[in-house]
Design a binder for this molecule. Structure first.
Ligand SMILES: [Zn+2]
Length: 133
C-alpha cells in the first residue's frame, strides 16, 4: 500500500475508512467475519472522530439499506427475467433473490452506514488528520 498518495474518496468508501482522515477503519472486523461484521469502532482509531455524530445518527442508515435491498432485488429479478425469457416460476425468482439478500447482508449493513456518514453528515476530509499514527 502506498500511504503517500492523496486518498481517493471512492476507495475510502469501499474500504470503509473514516470520512475525516480516510485512514482509520470504521469497523473492527472484516465483513467476512460473520459473527463480528457489525462491530464498529466508536471513534476513529487515527483521528478520534466520533462516528455516531449525534445519538441515533445511524438510524438513517436503515433507509440507505432499504434502497440497497430494493436495488438488489430489482437487479436480481431483472437478470432472472432476462435469462429465463420470462418463463421462470415463482421459486426461480424467490430463492436466488433471498439467497443474494442473505449473502449480501453484511455488506448492506456496513455500506449503508458508510454511505450514511459520507453522504449525510457534515464531516469532510481533512488532509492534516490523515495518516497520523
Ligand atoms: Zn479518522
Amino acid at each position: 500500500m502506498c500511504d503517500q498518495l492523496e486518498p481517493s474518496k471512492g476507495l475510502s468508501i469501499i474500504k470503509a475508512k473514516c470520512p475525516q482522515c480516510q485512514s482509520g477503519k470504521m469497523f473492527t472486523h472484516s465483513a467476512f467475519n460473520l459473527s463480528k461484521f457489525m462491530g464498529m469502532n466508536e471513534t476513529c482509531p487515527v483521528c478520534k472522530l466520533k462516528f455516531e455524530i449525534e445519538p441515533g445518527f445511524f438510524w438513517g442508515a436503515m433507509y440507505v439499506s432499504y434502497a440497497f435491498t430494493v436495488g438488489l432485488m430489482l437487479v436480481m429479478g431483472g437478470l432472472i427475467l432476462l435469462i429465463s425469457g420470462g418463463k421462470a416460476g415463482f421459486y426461480t425468482y424467490i430463492i436466488p433473490i433471498i439467497s443474494a439478500l442473505i449473502l449480501s447482508s453484511p455488506f448492506t449493513y456496513r455500506y449503508s452506514r458508510v454511505l450514511m456518514i459520507y453522504l449525510f453528515s457534515p464531516i469532510r476530509f481533512n488532509p492534516e488528520l490523515a495518516n497520523k499514527k
